[in-house]
Design a protein around this ligand. Structure first.
Ligand code: PRP
Length: 184
């Protein structure tokens, strides 16, 4: 049995993701048309696939750097505690920074990251997230670009995991409840 057998249904098809990612890339190009360079900050691990596809549509000169935070562990609900597991390699002072996230749920991770990065005096700081679950928000965080607003369902695929699995799926899917029951 492969990981696809654990998926109850596909919420966002691969082709729809790819179309939307291309639109987001075009939106970034328009916003930064006057900027020399942009720094795309990928929040690991979930956003790795989104960043890889998104940057192929970004024509503005850009570099990338990585941050890793943790809040969930193997659980399906946020613990509310955000830890930095990996910090940026370089200073962002004076840089135009785009935080690239896979999903904004409670908003706690992004709130922590944006407040933290703002103290490092970037020239600008914007957020591009593939997914947002507005109904779950506990902290209001400004989002500059959102791929899809989704309902409050536990989703995996296209970088998003459950217990570190399912990141490889090319679509966003909803897991069968039996897979995560009792572990939330
Ligand atoms: C996920 C996701 C966001 C965060 C969103 O990361 O990538 O960073 O949770 O949730 P929040 O809005 O409630 O804070 P996770 O901690 O699961 O790590 P991962 O990306 O490495 O899987």
């Amino acid at each position: 049995m492969g990981v696809r057998d654990d998926v109850a249904r596909v919420l966002i098809e691969e082709a729809a993701i790819q179309r939307r990612v291309a639109e987001l890339g075009a939106a970034l190009n328009a916003t930064y048309s006057d900027a020399d360079r942009v720094l795309m900050v990928c929040v690991l691990k979930g956003a790795f696939m989104f960043l890889a596809d998104l940057m192929r549509h970004v024509e503005v000169r850009h570099e990338m750097d990585f941050m890793e935070t943790s809040s969930y562990g193997d659980r399906t609900v946020s613990s509310g505690v955000v830890r930095i597991l990996l910090d940026l390699e370089r200073s962002i002072e004076g840089r135009h920074v785009v935080i690239v996230e896979d999903i904004v749920d409670s908003g706690r991770t992004l709130d922590y990251i944006t407040r933290n990065l703002a103290t490092r005096r970037p020239a600008s700081l914007r957020v591009c997230t593939l997914l947002s679950k507005p109904s779950r928000r506990e902290i209001a965080v400004p989002l500059d670009w959102v791929g899809f607003e989704i309902p409050d369902e536990f989703v995996v695929g296209y970088g998003l995991d459950f217990a570190e699995q399912y990141r490889n799926l090319p679509f966003i899917g909803v897991l069968k409840e039996a897979i995560y029951a009792g572990r939330g």
